[in-house]
Design a protein around this ligand. Structure first.
Ligand code: G4P
Length: 531
């Protein structure tokens, strides 16, 4: 093995690339910040990778996001913890953006499912978890807000198992019911760490190991209750099993409170010790691409207008193999065209720095990559193409028109831009013309993003006219012809060339299917919103 080959393999082994999925308000932003700050604290103590001044990890970048308290964009944070490079990808908290989440999850090796101790599995968590399941991503679970009154830990574990069929494997166990947390017990060793919050709970809790006999004497009742529960868990065989975790059938569970930094270090330890490092990624032909082959990667997200100071378009590349060096010229697999990477950047929230080198698992931002779309492959030397990321079946449709006739050009540019980023699917037909494209969404909030961005970034006010269609099927040119005369059905073309037949409801689809048994009407990958 040559020097650089082993370097790539070694660097990949010290990377963990994951995303946090949760229902809005479960504490994703708080946890993200706590993870980054916790890691930084360790770093500055070790004085190896000082990153002073990198604060404010918010990825909320639109007024609308702030107003609604949702995060639409997916930022990437990279930090070092105990010599492991952590790449944390942000996912939108709302299921309406599940298509975006799916793309982000195409770029990770693991996910953290974050639950609110009082609420357990909430609807958005379920939808996002479905995406993890579809992608076979190993999931670690963090039960947050244990500093507040909440539910019984065993009841929460049972809910995870019953509702999503993931077998819970607790790594830590809380001492004290939710709201009266004293500390955390390591399930495997029985070791106890006490967390003490300062008066008012405003600051981070301090952690100190306390001997079992001491805490048992101090807190006899909660200790006895926790021991009973741990004995029960041991009896049912809830211990950690690596194979089941990696296969996505069981999930390690940890308890804590992100706001007070309780259990955050334990979660980082679990990510480092248990979450898989970047492995060989399988290409579109099912052939694994070895880590030490020349550079290759997948574009999983394209985004513009994140920050008024950087009004450019950024394509995010997840490196699958090889060592990236700034300035490399890559090939865009979809077009065969060369792509220069002079302006590669790493992104930390809203702060960008030029990236000089990167390894499998890392995410780099490619600036002004106008030709790149989510699902595209870039490679150096050895040609490869990774499976593209499918678009979901849209369930909401609206005709977009420019409300100011003087802004048609901006309107068209904006629509093309949002289409290229994958913010929304844009459907066209000869009948409707280019001035009135049909926007197709998995969730209705996508329309709000489109409207806000067209008006804010492109100065093109837009009116949306909702259409009564509810489902789509893939068809072809023959289908377009055959269905042209049918009512409550329309065939439109997506920018990627796919023909979509859209129907007002499934009864209409049934009727058309029976009437035209030879017409192609194929189901598309389902979004995770309920139909
Ligand atoms: P999100 O990104 O998942 O939407 O959640 P976010 O972190 O914004 O947290 C939602 C609310 O939950 C925030 O309170 C936050 O402070 C609180 N929170 C997060 N983690 C914990 C925790 O471990 N314990 C407790 N008690 N609260 C937690 P907020 O009042 O909505 O906002 P703020 O005024 O505190 O910022």
């Amino acid at each position: 093995m040559s020097q650089s080959v082993s370097q790539v393999v070694n660097e990949a082994a010290r990377r963990r690339t994951f995303a946090v999925i949760s229902h809005p308000d479960a504490g994703k932003s708080t946890l993200t910040e706590a993870l980054a700050l916790h890691a930084e604290a360790i770093d500055s103590a070790g004085a190896v990778h000082g990153k002073a001044g990198r604060r404010g990890v918010t990825s909320d970048w639109m007024e609308m996001e702030r107003a609604r308290g949702i995060s639409v964009s997916s930022a990437v944070l990279q930090f070092v913890f105990k010599d492991t490079v952590i790449n944390l990808l942000d996912t939108p908290g709302h299921g309406d953006f599940s298509e975006d989440t799916y793309r982000v999850l195409a770029a990770v090796d693991a996910a953290v499912m974050l639950l609110d101790a009082a609420k357990g599995l909430e609807p958005q968590t379920l939808k996002l978890f479905d995406v993890c399941r579809a992608r076979k991503i190993p999931v670690l679970t963090f039960v947050n807000k244990w500093d507040r009154p909440g539910r019984e830990p065993l009841e929460l574990l049972d809910e995870i198992e019953q509702t999503i069929g993931l077998r819970p494997m607790p790594l830590t166990w809380p001492l004290g019911i939710a709201g009266e947390l004293q500390g955390l017990i390591e399930c495997e060793t029985g070791e106890f760490t006490r967390f003490t919050r300062s008066a008012g709970g405003a600051t981070k809790a301090t952690a100190e190991p306390v001997a079992a006999e001491v805490i048992a004497a101090e807190e006899p009742q909660p200790w006895a209750a926790a021991q009973d529960e741990l004995a029960l868990l041991a009896e049912i065989g809830a211990g950690y099993d690596e194979k089941d975790f990696l296969a996505g059938v069981a999930t390690p569970v940890m308890f804590g409170a992100a706001l007070s930094n309780i259990g955050v270090g334990r979660l980082l330890d679990a990510l480092v010790e248990l979450a898989p490092a970047p492995a060989e990624r399988v290409d579109a032909d099912g052939v694994p691409r070895a880590l030490d082959t020349p550079l290759s990667g997948l574009i999983f997200k394209v985004q513009a207008g994140m920050d008024p100071a950087h009004r450019d378009r950024m394509a995010y590349l997840r490196i699958s193999s090889g060592r990236f060096e700034r300035g490399m010229v890559l090939t865009h697999a979809a077009t065969g065209k060369p792509f220069a990477t002079k302006y590669a950047q790493s992104v930390f929230g809203q702060t960008r720095t030029t990236v000089e080198e990167a390894f499998p698992g890392d995410i780099i931002g490619l600036v002004n990559a106008t030709a790149l779309r989510p699902g595209d492959t870039l490679y150096a030397a050895d040609p490869v193409e990774f499976p593209t990321i499918p678009s979901f079946s849209p369930e909401h449709f609206a005709v977009a028109r420019c409300a100011d006739t003087g802004k048609q050009k901006q309107f068209r540019r904006g629509i093309d831009q949002l289409d290229g980023e994958g913010v929304i699917q844009v459907l066209r037909s000869d009948r409707r013309g280019d001035q009135a494209p049909v926007l197709a969404a998995v969730g209705p909030l996508q329309f709000d993003v489109v409207t806000a961005r067209l008006e804010g970034e492109f100065k093109a006010p837009v009116t949306l006219e909702n259409l009564s269609y509810q489902l789509a099927r893939r068809t072809d040119a023959e289908g377009e012809q055959a269905l042209a005369s049918q009512s409550e059905v329309e065939v439109l073309r997506r920018t990627d060339g796919t023909y979509l037949a859209v129907f007002s409801n499934k009864w209409r689809l049934d009727i058309v299917q029976r009437k035209f048994p030879d017409v192609l009407l194929e189901a598309l990958p389902a979004g995770t919103t309920p139909s």
